[in-house]
Design a protein around this ligand. Structure first.
Ligand code: SAH
Length: 450
């Protein structure tokens, strides 16, 4: 365990000399608190909201009949030709939604500290992989790498590598530019990665389309606003029992889509609705379940930890499916491919899908997690050293965006997967007094890194 003063020292060392080391990020509009443009690279919408994606879907629906919401969402977001993330991926002020790492560098810095703290708590293994799912513009990994660089002496004997799981060619290009300055090799010899490069600080970076392609080994996983982008199935309770919500062509209005209910139960209804379900409307994301199963299995086998941060609930919410375009709510069925589609993450489902292979912590609110990680101390230091009034104001504004319960503070949650032995000594049952207590997990406990 790193004692408290040492933890404070770790925080100070990792965050580097107090000061404005970096140009502050843009000022996010208050309305962007969750995923609230017709940014560059977007497809022009024709009168009536028709897009190439809509035409593709209309052809498909005419040929096959209604599709599940999951199928619709998958097409709209990640279709290799016209998907939203494939072509547009509008993260940031000039795009459609803004995320915490884009708001403040402090966010990624504190997450970097979380991984270092776990690495120390598990005896400083000689190598680790940082695996980020859905890295967006690469900003979060960039901030984490800066922390690793600040702690170069601590990490000098550790073999660190970065592994990014990204389906969007457009976003992987932006990530490569951010992290390597654009010096990457496509289709490298080791077939599993589709691209590789070296970070500005000399750390190897690999890109994959699927978590299954990432090599095994002690790994720290990170999924920030990733699970909410995965396709959901939607179900509605009716007098005749549960029915799946489907997407179909509206017979009344040309080129328009509408929701319909399946005439009878679908295989998904049978599989995903629990007999004891009390809600009338339920969303399930099986793809998230499969990925969590894989992460839990990998952590059980090779060690490490996963940190998931997203907006979500613990199995209580009903209809959360929504679209964002140009920082405004957008009809999910209109102009597919030109707007981000998202649904709250059901953390109770993620917990269930670990199938006991990993221990879980959380979800806890973003403002509690960041407070436990020392955000107030970091803010004070940055404020004391801020170069000018505008920077000062920007620091306070971004802190408010991340921490205010009415903005991102309460709606975003942190959730972690850890090996069971990280929380309970394997022989605790037999010899409860024989071991020193395990170090608490930073961020989830109040007393850490303050
Ligand atoms: N983590 C970033 C970006 C969030 S947006 C941030 O917080 O700023 C969602 C990210 O997940 C994008 O990078 C998108 O291209 C990626 N993504 C969406 N579906 C994916 C899938 N099935 N597999 C891998 N990446 C996916």
């Amino acid at each position: 365990m790193v004692p408290l003063p040492a933890r404070r020292a770790l925080l100070a060392a990792a965050l580097g000399p107090a000061g404005c080391r970096r140009v502050p990020r843009h000022r996010a509009p208050a309305a962007a608190a969750a995923r609230p443009s017709s940014g560059a690279g977007g497809e022009a919408e024709e009168p009536g909201g028709a897009t190439a994606m809509l035409r593709h879907l209309l052809l498909k629906l005419r040929a096959t009949g209604p599709v599940t919401v999951a199928e619709y969402m998958r097409e709209a977001l990640t279709n290799p030709g016209q998907g939203y993330y494939t072509r547009r991926g509008g993260i940031g002020e000039s795009g459609d939604f803004v995320t915490s790492p884009e708001i403040s560098q402090v966010f990624g810095e504190l997450i970097g500290i979380w991984y270092i703290s776990e690495w120390i708590a598990t005896g400083k293994p000689e190598a680790f992989q940082l695996v980020e799912l859905g890295p967006g513009r690469g900003t979060l990994t960039d901030d984490i790498l800066r922390v690793f660089n600040q702690l170069a002496s601590l990490l000098s004997k550790c073999d660190v590598s970065i592994h990014l799981v990204e389906v969007s060619p457009k976003l992987s290009e932006i990530q490569a530019l951010m992290l390597t300055g654009g010096k990457v090799q496509s289709d490298p010899e080791d077939k599993s990665a589709y691209m590789k490069g070296v970070s500005k600080t000399g750390i190897p970076i690999f890109w994959y389309r699927d978590i299954q392609d990432v090599p095994p080994g002690y790994s720290f996983y990170l999924a920030h606003e990733f699970f909410d982008a995965l396709p959901i199935h939607k179900f509605q309770r009716t007098e005749k029992g549960w029915r799946e919500v489907l997407v179909d062509i509206d017979p009344e209005v040309p080129d328009q889509l509408r929701f319909v209910l399946s005439p009878s139960s679908t295989p998904a209804t049978e599989n995903f609705i629990q007999p004891e379900e009390m809600r009338d409307h339920v969303e399930v994301c099986p793809e998230a379940g499969v990925i969590i199963q894989r992460l839990a299995g990998r952590i059980e086998k090779d060690g490490g930890a996963a940190l998931v941060a997203d907006y979500g609930h613990d199995g209580t919410k009903t209809d959360t499916f929504r679209g964002f375009r140009n920082h405004k709510l957008h009809d999910v069925l209109r102009a597919p491919g030109t707007a981000d589609l998202t649904a709250d993450v059901d953390f109770s489902y993620l917990r269930k899908m670990t199938q006991g292979r990993a221990a879980t912590l959380g979800p806890i609110k973003q403002r509690e997690f960041l407070k436990n990680m020392g955000i107030d101390l970091r803010l004070q230091v940055l404020l004391q050293n801020s170069c000018d009034g505008a920077t000062h104001e920007q620091l306070l504004h971004s802190y408010d965006m991340l921490m205010n319960p009415k903005k991102m503070g309460d709606s975003f949650n942190f959730f972690a997967l850890l090996p069971h032995h990280r929380l309970v000594h394997p022989d605790k049952k037999h010899k409860p007094e024989s071991k020193s207590p395990l170090p608490p997990v930073a961020g989830f406990g109040e007393l850490l890194l303050k």
